[in-house]
Write a protein that binds this ligand. Sequence first.
Ligand code: IPM
Ligand code: MG
Length: 369
Amino acid sequence: MRLNITSIPGDGIGPEVVTEAKKVLQRVGEVYDHEPVFTDVLMGGCAIDAVGEPLPQETIDAAKAADAVLMGSIGGNTTTSPWYKLPPEKRPEAGLLGIRKALGLFANLRPAYLYPELASACPLRPDIVAGGFDMVIVRELTGGLYFGPRSTEERDGQQVATDTLVYSESEIRRVAIRAFDIARKRRKLVTSVDKANVLDSSRLWRKVVTQVAEEYPDVTLKHQLVDSCAMELVRDPAQFDVVLTENMFGDILSDEASMIAGSLGMLSSASLNETKFGLYEPSGGSAPDIAGQGIANPIATILSAAMMLRYSFDLDQEAEAVEQAVKQVLADGIRTGDILPASGAEGLRRVGTAEMGDAIAARIVGRES
Ligand code: IPM
Ligand code: MG
């Protein structure tokens, strides 16, 4: 099968980790007889430098022409990079938000799973994570505070800035349906996270999610306030299966979830619309402080490529082969620096980005083996 993939390496560690995910997809192609074809395009800071804007039309067109998009990361150091002297709509992040909106990618899936081998890299007490945890955060991605009207204006001699949190019933309903569909294939529990004790948008969120739940009598729905959820994530992460939440809460809670899974370098993500099309990127950022050093962890991007195989190409077996290869690499004691335990690293081998990619690619096995 031909896999038509548009790739957006982006900024910082993006190009390094995307190279490794491509390597792994090439290997999957060899072993399972598929032909991945990559078209590289610019977005973010590198696009600003090359053509003066973070999201060139060519990038949107190339993404739309593909079956799926593989992305690294965009952006730079917000205090030192000249990109952040530009007006907000010209900065790297505007490219990412723009492409999410242009492609209608309303459902962002971020799985957070504790690999037993990484338990020592988890900052939580061993007794808290003894049984592991396995959750997926379903984050609404094209609404809420990120896309509501905003302004900064002068009022009574001082600057006043406004952001607006807007949700319509249909925006809530479609992402809730996604979350319940996913829960049905897992442990059948949706925790819907909101701030319904304060926000109107959250009260509507709760109402619509409750309506959707009626269509899924086999799935349990729990509502939880976002502050309480942030606390429960570190008190007892195993209680969560599918966490459904709005854009901003999902941004924050998914970073928290990634940290308890050992490292931001482990958390993959898929951003989906109503079709099979999706954009796949690690949940972490461009990490400009370590860019170009060959030490970034490519696993989140490689696991995002596995999600691409599963969701955009229906290649479940190939996706599992990638996930198994990642597990095997961890079992074999191969680690990038971010997933090395603070102490007790005997028997583990520290590797760089490319070596980690090689190690995972080498462990992709075919159907018969
Ligand atoms: C993420 C990132 C982005 C977001 C930034 C880079 C705009 O933090 O994908 O979580 O806030 O959505
Ligand atoms: Mg984020």
